[in-house]
Design a protein around this ligand. Structure first.
Ligand SMILES: Nc1ncnc2c1ncn2[C@@H]1O[C@H](COP(=O)(O)OP(=O)(O)O)[C@@H](O)[C@H]1O
Ligand SMILES: [Mg+2]
Length: 252
């Protein structure tokens, strides 16, 4: 394991009955990086996250965090599911502190932190609101902040913007990059949107349809900060073409 790796998978695979959800997979994730995972529906992306988070026991192999084995153990990552899972009868503030509410007491310091991050990232006026009063993008921000205040250094985000319209999605992508820069976390980000995978990441892992496996690992050459102009840069277009080729059955 390299000194700067936060996460390492060694031959981690998962079979459900006759379905090979994830072929034995080996990869290493650099601390502080933003890594996108792109692949078609059903290719094992969420299975990969569930194994990393310890919610699923892999059939073989090992998951290592900071060079310690954590295979099958929970509580070492921040995990945000595609569905925001906000509690409808709790306010924004209470939703942000939800993880603490489930595992112990919510202290005044936790509440203060929830209010601080909400104000810092554009939800300060909505702390007393209920989720039903929020737009889709705002709900995703609340769900993301709930993940952020767990203070886990590694965040797993599973298609967090999949249900948003294109304009809101671009705003949320820029918002996420700002939070990532401020908070210095490592992010693994699942998407089936190729543009999104390139716009956000330092590196793009491409997965094949079933049986799921990582077929390519691209270093993203695009400079930061990313803006709307990034989407038309030559390097963007070239990388997009290479990824699309693989997703449509081409060879690496
Ligand atoms: N708990 C489970 N039991 C049986 N099959 C599953 C289970 N979870 C996922 N699968 C199957 O494994 C494959 C990969 O699923 P998943 O990881 O959810 O894909 P993705 O997130 O890429 O859409 C799919 O064929 C899915 O039906
Ligand atoms: Mg999934």
């Amino acid at each position: 394991m390299s000194a700067s790796a936060i996460l390492e998978l060694r031959d981690v695979g998962k079979v459900f009955g006759d379905t090979v959800a994830l072929e034995p997979t080996t990869l290493s994730i650099e601390e502080g990086s933003f890594v996108a995972i792109v692949g078609p529906s059903g290719c094992g992306k969420s299975t990969l996250f569930n194994v990393i988070a310890g919610l699923l026991e892999p059939d073989g192999g090992e998951v290592r965090l900071h060079d310690r084995p954590v295979t099958g153990a929970t509580g070492h990552v921040g995990y945000m599911l595609q569905k925001d899972l906000l509690v409808p009868w709790r306010t924004v503030e209470d939703n942000i502190t939800m993880a603490k509410r489930l595992t112990g007491r919510v202290s005044s310091a936790h509440r203060a932190e929830a209010r601080r991050v909400a104000r810092q990232y554009g939800l300060g006026d909505f702390l007393r609101h209920y989720p039903s009063a929020l737009s889709g993008g705002m709900r995703q921000r609340v769900a993301f902040m709930r993940t952020l205040v767990t203070h886990q250094p590694l965040l797993l985000l599973d298609e967090p913007f999949g249900a948003l319209d294109a304009q809101t999605r671009l705003e949320m992508q820029q918002w996420l990059l700002q939070v990532w820069k401020d908070t210095e976390r490592t992010v693994l980000f699942i998407t089936h949107d190729v543009d999104e995978s390139i716009f956000l990441s330092d590196r793009v892992l491409v997965m094949s349809p079933r049986p799921g496996r990582v077929v390519a690992d691209f270093v993203n050459p695009l400079a930061r900060p990313r803006t709307v102009d990034t989407l038309t840069e030559p390097d963007f277009v070239v990388l997009k073409a290479r990824i699309m080729h693989l997703l449509h059955g081409g060879t690496p």
